[in-house]
Design a protein around this ligand. Structure first.
Ligand SMILES: [Fe+2]
Ligand SMILES: [Fe+2]
Length: 178
């Protein structure tokens, strides 16, 4: 699972997760950074799936603990790969946490899905939930409104240009076929 949505959203997302998983547990939950829309639903998720492993940056793991959530965290960093079943997850540092500490972005190599969290954002126009886009353009359009620190922004952009996703699963707005 990539993000929980906020607390209210988790209440209607969880039954959908259950309808997909049936009696199987949810094993992993990726949290990009500690904000309400990314993980405000962590309490109901942990209640429903107490053994879920939360995949996140070391800073986010501290935040989760700091807010009093007793979650089993699995800390990742750029350059680390997680392989499980058909999934091959690679991670990118994303300065999205409080005081610009690092959160994470994730790319699943086998499906070509990149979870962009807040980084790539298109408003939904005419109800189109999936639009066509180009990866290089998406990366080049990342600016100081997305990541204020220039050197870290440029570093992330360079790293992102080393992958070639097929689909951008956006945290907000339309997703993109690329
Ligand atoms: Fe955010
Ligand atoms: Fe967001």
């Amino acid at each position: 699972m990539f993000a929980t949505g906020n607390h209210a959203q988790a209440e209607w997302i969880l039954p959908q997760v259950k309808s997909i998983l049936g009696s199987r547990p949810l094993d992993y939950l990726f949290i990009s950074h500690m904000e309400a829309d990314e993980c405000g639903g962590i309490a109901p998720f942990l209640k429903k799936y107490p053994h879920v492993k939360v995949i996140c940056s070391s800073f986010t793991a501290q935040e989760i603990k700091g807010f009093g959530f007793n979650a089993d965290t699995h800390i990742v960093d750029e350059g680390k790969t997680i392989r499980m079943g058909d999934l091959e997850l690679v991670f990118f540092r994303y300065p999205s946490e409080v005081h610009l500490h690092d959160g994470m972005l994730v790319f699943e190599r086998n499906s070509g899905v990149f979870y962009s969290s807040d980084l790539m954002f298109h408003h939904i126009l005419k109800g189109e939930k999936v639009i066509r886009s180009e990866w290089v353009k998406e990366v080049e359009s990342i600016d100081s409104s997305n990541i204020a620190d220039e050197s870290r922004r440029e570093r992330l952009k360079k790293d992102l240009l080393s992958i070639m996703p097929k689909f951008i699963a956006a945290g907000h707005g339309s997703c993109s076929l690329v």
